[in-house]
Design a protein around this ligand. Structure first.
Ligand SMILES: [Zn+2]
Length: 351
């Protein structure tokens, strides 16, 4: 795990700042189930522990933000704690803000192979303990677990956590408690982002079937459009997933990306027909013309390239598949992608 120095000062002794990256901020709201009066009347330690806990959690999140920027340090840290009493319950709003920077030569890390630093040993033990807990599919990581995962950079758990994230989002109405699934949302995404583009993409593209909608959402939110991984799955069976990914982005595009994106366009242009056309009389409309028989076996009178007009759920939706088995919005997504590829090509050729 990358070590990030966090300090309230504007400089780091013995190091030179080579780049100012961005301001990083965390605002964390933590509620306690204690009434204000009982919190104040309880031993001072309880209040102090709560405050310390909020601070250290916010600090972990700030560290993640820094890691997402590939920073070496966060300097000029400022902290603000507000206490809000709402209906007699205490809430803490902890704000942390600092400046993420890169240092000349990075942070010195001991890389000697014969020595296992205590921190690394502890990290691996924690990772194993957490993996054991997560083997129980009913077990949802709680706040303390997330603290451990984030603070210790337990990245080897990322595929397991991702699968859990997919299931949580799919079953959100069924069995996961709201606060735990919200925590999953709040913590998993920054955790994933802190891994870096290629490592995060490896995790996200490892499972495209459990919950494709969420896979797309994550890829879109984290800018994980990965031409290479998508180009490796250009099978007609994956067409809906591939098309769904076309509106995702990545931070920058290379000529190699462009070549892969052109390959994706070619695949989209050559999708096999899943339905067929007939000429004749439509049963429903009685007029003669082109009839589309979609892959679901519906018949509708259309123009060439048209979409099935059969209602599939009573009063709800229309089938909308064309002869290639894709919907109007999918066709629009493909056209937008083709346009993006053309623009990208002209930009890269200029260079
Ligand atoms: Zn249809």
């Amino acid at each position: 795990m990358k070590h990030i120095i966090i300090t309230t000062s504007n400089t780091i002794e013995g190091s030179t700042i080579s780049e100012y990256l961005d301001i990083v901020q965390v605002c964390m709201v933590v509620g306690t189930d204690m009434a204000l009066t009982s919190l104040l009347s309880s031993p001072a330690g309880r209040y102090r522990d709560t405050v310390n806990e909020v601070y250290s959690k916010a600090l972990s999140l700030l560290r993640l933000r820094g890691m997402a920027l590939n920073a070496d340090a966060i300097i000029a840290l400022q902290s603000d704690l507000e206490e809000i009493s709402n209906r007699g319950k205490m809430r803490f709003v902890q704000t942390l803000v600092g400046t993420a920077v890169r240092l000349q030569g990075g942070v010195q890390v001991n890389t000697s192979e014969d020595v296992v630093p205590l921190a690394e040993l502890q990290r691996c033990v924690k990772s194993q303990q957490m993996a054991d807990k997560l083997k129980d599919m009913d077990y949802m990581p709680d706040e303390d677990d997330w603290g451990e995962i984030i603070n210790n950079g337990l990245y080897d758990l990322a595929p397991t956590l991702y699968r859990r994230y997919l299931l949580t989002n799919r079953d959100i109405l069924n069995n996961s408690s709201m606060s735990q699934s919200r925590m999953m949302n709040d913590c998993f995404i920054p955790f994933l982002q802190s891994m870096g583009y290629d490592a995060a993409a490896e995790v996200v593209y490892s499972d495209i079937t459990t919950n494709p909608y969420t896979t797309h959402d994550v890829a879109k939110q984290c800018k994980l459009f990965h031409p290479q991984r998508i180009a490796a799955m250009l099978d007609p069976r994956n067409k809906h997933f591939v098309i769904s990914m076309l509106d995702c982005e990545k931070e920058s595009y290379t000529k190699h990306d462009l070549e892969l994106m052109k390959r994706i366009v070619k695949y989209l242009d050559n999708l096999p027909d899943t339905g067929h056309y007939e000429t004749g009389r439509s049963k429903r409309f009685g007029k003669s013309g082109i009839i589309l028989v979609c892959e679901r076996g519906h018949t509708s009178a259309v123009e060439l390239g048209g979409h099935c007009t059969e209602t599939i759920e009573r009063g709800m939706g229309v089938c909308n598949l064309n002869v290639k088995g894709i919907t109007e919005s999918e066709v629009a997504a493909i056209n937008a992608f083709k346009q993006k590829v053309l623009v990208l090509q002209s930009l890269l050729n200029k260079q």
